[in-house]
Design a protein around this ligand. Structure first.
Ligand code: SAH
Length: 582
């Protein structure tokens, strides 16, 4: 059930290491994050604020061994738009104080109790309901949802005022709570899939125990098709007196895996969309009866409450909350992302989000390392394998099993990288399962952009990107393009400029360019830009030697108008290509 992400235990110096390791021992797969240069730990970070914000944004629980005020200041910019908030705790370096700060509905107080118990101190719990009852009745575990938070708060204040409560239904997580219970109490905590009646003497908690199967799909699609499916499901739930919050998943036939209306309906209902394959009886068309889908997808006993041929919705109600991962299967996903040149701050948030959601990550080992830190439950298929088509096919095979796959490239995935290989693999494949997966491509900051930005704006006018590698194209093509680009006075960004297997090509390329461009032409060399030890150099075409360049270098050759001027303070030079021609 609840798969808690292991917390990041963050320390600033060696003085906190002992306490950190004691906390680490409480959480399987947790890691200690230490400030680079100050303390050796499992993961190193270079700036506390940025690191805490990144962890917070990813929903990672944080145990920070430093002043509570520092932690609050660091994450403050992210607090305004309150989405799902991970637990955040401050712990004194010497283990003498444990302060839950954020994530009241994500179990921060439970963590505070566990950590404080291990350190033999009292946790600084400030939530009033918790002080008395030892648990937060407003925070049911995963698989359960509170019908109405406002009502919940009123209910807890009644309890605090001295009332007792009954418990109706199965609420095993309340077994150990020190709730004032009485079978004859006026107040009741009711665990039920039925909709809350509005009575204020009841705290209603819904187990996510209902599955809605829908037949057909958003036939004809169109903007309203998703809303139409959603309305049909809501009506069916309503007719049975069931709460929308009791819904564990929306179920449809595998044939409609790529249907957008279904995806929209599931998103509006805020439940996962799952798929099943029916095995039709003789003479019956597959998937026409939604109750057949339920039968194919659910391995648990359930009651069919609603099986309406006209609305095309069938509802199954299980006695307890259902883990949606066990219902049929998900639509597989493949996201091809660009990591940018290397540093985390140049990676698009959409790429970060895809990484967070991934079950499987594929790519060159170096890039997979750049994408980290990854969670222990994420499978890495790192490889030195240069066979890109094989890797692309592997990604599709995983995705068509229902997994969430991320393929990583450096820079932009569409620039001399994996996106084209992935599309080529799909284009050549007839298997409908491959075509049904949710494929998307997330752009990244390409090496030419990252290098150009550091130098100034050498790509400020028309330019081209060329790979000098003749692994996948004949050298004659490269020569021809170089000639045309040089003659057209385009600024040129050279990718893959040189390698051990291709030692002479760069000199040959420069000879061609020198036929058209002056020796004084500006050249920018960016090596490992955005990575540790990155360097930027500006020289001229006349002085450039192939020994100045290696396979980790981006070479930008200016046009006839590319120019430079001295930087005022830092030294060095700004390089730019004006937007106009004389
Ligand atoms: N998809 C990548 C390019 C892959 S081709 C992108 O969009 O950036 C690999 C080439 O890119 C290398 O040979 C080098 O020329 C260039 N390159 C990639 N990362 C770089 C970096 N951080 N600094 C400088 N050049 C880089």
């Amino acid at each position: 059930m609840a798969r808690m992400t292991p917390p990041a235990i963050v320390i600033l110096g060696a003085g906190a290491l002992t306490t950190a390791r004691r906390i680490q021992a409480l959480y399987a797969d947790s890691q200690v994050h230490g400030l680079q240069g100050r303390v050796e730990a499992d993961v190193s970070y270079s700036e506390l604020g940025a690191h805490l914000r990144e962890l917070y944004a990813r929903g990672t629980p944080i145990v920070a061994l430093c002043a509570a005020g520092i932690v609050i200041r660091c994450v403050a910019p992210l607090l305004a738009n309150k989405g799902a908030e991970p637990p955040v705790l401050a712990v004194a370096e010497d283990g003498s104080a444990v302060v839950p700060l954020l994530g009241g509905l994500a179990g921060v107080n439970v963590m505070a109790r566990v950590i404080a118990a291990a350190l033999a101190v009292s946790p600084a719990i400030t939530t009033s309901g918790e002080l008395r009852f030892g648990t937060c009745v407003l925070n049911p575990p995963e698989g359960y949802a509170l019908a109405d938070l406002g009502q919940g708060k009123r209910f807890v204040s009644d309890l605090l005022a001295g009332e007792s409560t009954r418990i109706e239904g199965e609420a095993p997580w309340l077994d150990d709570a020190q709730l004032p219970r009485s079978a004859s109490a006026r107040l009741a905590i009711r665990v039920t899939p039925r909709a809350w009646s509005g009575r204020d003497d009841e705290l209603v908690i819904h187990p996510r125990s209902v599955v809605a199967a829908v037949s057909g799909a958003g036939a004809g699609a169109g903007a309203g098709a998703g809303a139409e499916i959603e309305a049909r499901v809501r009506e069916a739930l309503d007719a049975q007196g069931l709460a929308v919050l009791s819904l564990a998943a929306l179920l449809a036939s595998s044939e409609h895996m790529a249907d957008q209306a279904l995806a929209q309906a599931a998103a509006s209902l805020n439940v996962p969309l799952r798929f099943a394959q029916t095995h039709p009886e003789d003479g019956e068309r597959p998937s026409e009866r939604p109750s057949n889908l339920l039968h194919a997808a659910l391995r648990i006993p359930y009651e069919t409450l609603h099986d309406d041929a006209t609305s095309g919705v069938a509802l199954a109600v299980a006695p307890l909350a259902i883990d949606p991962d066990t219902i049929g299967r998900a639509r597989g996903r493949l996201t091809v992302i660009g990591l940018g040149p290397g540093s985390a701050d140049l990676m698009a948030p959409a790429a970060r989000a895809a990484l967070n959601e991934a079950t499987d990550i594929l790519g060159y080992d170096t890039y997979v390392k750049m994408a980290g830190p990854l969670r222990a439950d994420q499978r890495v298929h790192g490889t030195d394998n240069r066979e890109e088509m094989q890797r692309a096919r592997h990604a599709f095979e995983l995705a068509s099993m229902g997994r969430s796959v991320v393929m990583v490239s450096s820079g932009d995935p569409g620039v001399f990288a994996m996106a084209a290989a992935v599309l080529e693999a799909l284009d050549a494949e007839r298997n409908a399962q491959w075509h049904a997966i949710d494929l998307s491509i997330v752009p990244g900051v390409s090496a030419a952009m990252a290098t150009a930005a550091q130098a100034g704006a050498p790509l400020g006018h028309d330019f081209c990107m060329l790979s000098l590698s003749d692994n996948l194209k004949p050298w004659t093509i490269i020569e021809k393009r170089l000639r045309h680009a040089a003659e057209a006075d385009l600024v040129m960004a050279f990718y893959n400029p040189i390698s051990r297997a291709r030692p002479w090509q760069l000199d040959k390329a420069l000879d061609i360019v020198r036929e058209y461009r002056a020796a004084t032409t500006k050249v920018v060399l960016g090596r490992d830009i955005g990575r540790p030890g990155g360097t930027l150099r500006t020289i001229t075409l006349g002085d450039l030697r192939s020994s100045d360049v290696d396979m980790r270098t981006m070479v930008i050759v200016g046009s006839s108008t590319t120019r430079g001027f001295a930087k005022n303070a830092e030294g060095g030079e700004w390089i730019y290509t004006p937007r106009w021609y004389e």
